[in-house]
Write a protein that binds this ligand. Structure first.
Ligand code: UT7
Length: 309
């Protein structure tokens, strides 16, 4: 039993917050943000809830997959900004989709959330338990950003990405996948008592490059391939310098690495599905390509998934 990616979709709020806007809010500069992170602007949800954004991305993914919502067996949704403590945002999304006869749950793995969700969804399919799964990553990080803390408020943005996957008799699109966590480092990136994001950026930077390099090499080896076989890397969009260091360490040229961080900043669990969808839409991913997804985030959590799209 293989897993096929049938369609993807995204939603980005209309409101754009530029580096110039941030210059008026905290002691920062476009020059600092651009050179240290690669970010020029990010999107901010105003009226939209996480569920609203997840719904729009899901509807687009379902249309592109030519699958009706009623034919979905499972919704797995990754977020660290659920609309409510409970029920899960996945259940709220199910209600918005207007469907029954399925099960839905959230996954909390911060910026690695979408890869954790995809890994689990792939396992459900390969176990023969379900046929069609809606996998979603959504964040409304603007609600948990401390807008007075210049060291974090310039980094994050809102958005959603979704993917419809299904069981298939053909060769699987998921070649190899490996996830990790290490709770010992929980206090490097976490929400404080008031719920605001706190981060030890420098330490996280080094851990991010090291852990993603190692897990990427592991999944490439698991699939019996070499780094030269990778057609495109779609990494979590946290910092362009992390992305470039990772590419250097893997020996993969920059032309084979996708980035849209300039426009959206770090959208945590939404970052990989948004980037994957944009890479597909831009023709950077074609059927038959080998695509490497990798992420690292709070937990700490990290992982990589190698696809043959
Ligand atoms: O999504 C999960 C994964 N996330 C990550 O992996 C994020 C990893 N970390 C990073 O991306 C980087 O560490 C940051 C972009 C967060 C920070 O970059 P950095 O090069 O590590 O800067 P820093 O924290 O060492 O700060 C350097 C200086 C400090 O000033 P002093 O002490 O040298 O005088 C900061 O106070 O830059 C200052 N600074 C700023 N200056 C202008 C920090 N934030 C700002 C700012 N504008 N927004």
């Amino acid at each position: 039993m293989g897993t096929k990616i049938l369609g993807t979709g995204i939603y980005l709020p209309e409101k754009t917050l530029t580096n110039a806007d941030l210059e008026a809010m905290v002691d920062t500069s476009d020059e600092w943000i651009t050179t240290r992170t690669g970010i020029k602007e990010r999107r901010i949800a105003k009226e939209e809830s996480a569920t609203d954004m997840a719904l729009e991305a899901s509807l687009q993914a379902l249309r592109n997959a030519q699958v009706e919502a009623k034919d979905i067996d499972l919704v797995v949704l990754a977020t660290l900004t659920p609309d409510k403590r409970f029920p899960s945002t996945a259940c709220l999304l199910q209600a918005s989709l207007g469907v029954k006869n399925l099960f839905s749950f959230d996954i909390s793995a911060a910026c690695s959330g979408f890869l954790y969700a995809l890994d689990l969804a792939d396992a459900y399919i390969k176990a023969g338990k379900v046929e069609r799964i809606l996998v979603v990553g959504v964040e409304k990080l603007s609600e948990i950003v401390d807008w007075e803390d210049r060291s974090t408020c310039v980094l994050f943005g809102d958005g959603a990405g979704a993917m419809v996957i299904s069981s298939s008799q053909d060769e699987s699109d998921v070649l190899a996948s490996k996830m990790y966590s290490d709770g010992e480092f929980w206090n490097i990136l976490y929400a404080d008592k008031c719920g605001y994001i706190r981060m030890k950026g420098k330490e996280l930077f080094k851990l991010a490059v090291r852990s993603m390099e190692s897990v990427c090499k592991e999944v490439i080896q698991m699939a019996g391939l070499g780094t030269e076989d990778v057609d495109l890397v779609v990494p979590h969009q946290a910092n362009i310098r992390i992305i470039n260091s990772l590419a250097d360490k893997l020996g993969i040229p920059k032309e084979k690495v996708f980035s849209n961080i300039e426009r959206y900043g770090n959208t945590s669990a939404a970052s990989i599905p948004i980037a994957f969808h944009e890479a597909l839409s831009a023709g950077r991913i074609k059927r038959g390509d080998t695509v490497l997804l990798t992420a690292m985030g709070g937990g700490l959590t990290w992982g990589a998934t190698l696809l043959r799209y």
